[in-house]
Write a new protein. Structure first.
Length: 243
């Protein structure tokens, strides 16, 4: 009997392995650390693997429109996933909000206990933001600067990162004394000022199942996984809000 049970278990494991797949996910750079933390949880729960490509939302959307073989798109805005559907790349009805982000001002050398006062004083040479044309957190930063009436004063000092990851690198390397980044990137760090939400449009981060992944069980499983309590717990712990 024991041999029969062991044989059945072995057969089940082999069957599970045979049906395990891989999903290719395009992910907004601000979500890098969280996505990497979610990968082993997804593997443990479903048996599927996930392959990530990180970048600025606008750049990823362009790659998708040019035929990049991504199967799920996790953007840093709520515009491009919807556009992916209307353009014929996304699955109708699959758009969902997986996180709402917060904007932070960060520095390794400046006291930001009053970030607004620091910005108004302007006693710095360089301040980093992500490219507003492709990175929603960069757009949020320009909105915050404008809301504070500081566009003219700060624009000459801007250093623009290709994406939010590079923007953080500019600050940590000292190429800019401070910079606007995603709050999730600097959770637990000192030298952080959370930018008041009323200074910029909400950063609703939407995901969408792409048509290239519609027939891939690993892709549909990944979308379902992001809506699970386990995934939501990790996302919220990183400083995002899940509605």
């Amino acid at each position: 009997m024991n041999r029969m049970i062991l044989g059945a278990l072995a057969g089940l494991l082999l069957s599970t392995a045979a049906h395990a797949g891989t999903v290719s996910v395009a992910v907004a750079a601000n979500f890098t650390k969280v996505a990497e933390e979610l990968a082993p949880l997804f593997k443990a729960e479903t048996g599927h693997d996930v392959s990530y490509s990180f970048g600025a939302t606008g750049q990823l959307h362009t790659q998708i429109s040019q035929g990049a073989p991504f199967e799920v798109f996790l953007a840093a805005d709520d515009e491009r996933p919807t556009r992916a559907v209307t353009e014929g790349f996304g699955v109708e009805g699959s758009v969902f909000t997986y996180a709402v982000g917060a904007l932070a001002l960060y520095s390794t050398s400046i006291d930001l206990s009053d970030g607004k006062a620091v910005l108004e004083a302007g006693a710095f040479e360089k301040i980093a933001i992500a490219d507003p044309a492709t990175a929603p957190y960069g757009q949020a930063a320009t909105e915050a600067i404008a809301a504070l009436g500081l566009t003219d004063a700060i624009t000459p000092k801007l250093v623009t990162g290709e994406n939010i990851t590079q923007t953080l690198q500019f600050v940590e390397s000292g190429n800019a004394e401070l910079g606007f980044v995603a709050a999730s990137q600097v959770a637990g760090k000192t030298g952080v000022w959370i930018v008041p939400a009323e200074l910029f449009e909400p950063i609703r981060q939407d995901g969408v199942l792409l048509k290239t992944g519609e027939a891939n069980p690993a892709a549909t499983a990944y979308v379902d996984f992001l809506k699970s309590d386990a995934a939501i717990g990790v996302i919220e712990a990183a400083g995002y809000v899940v509605e």
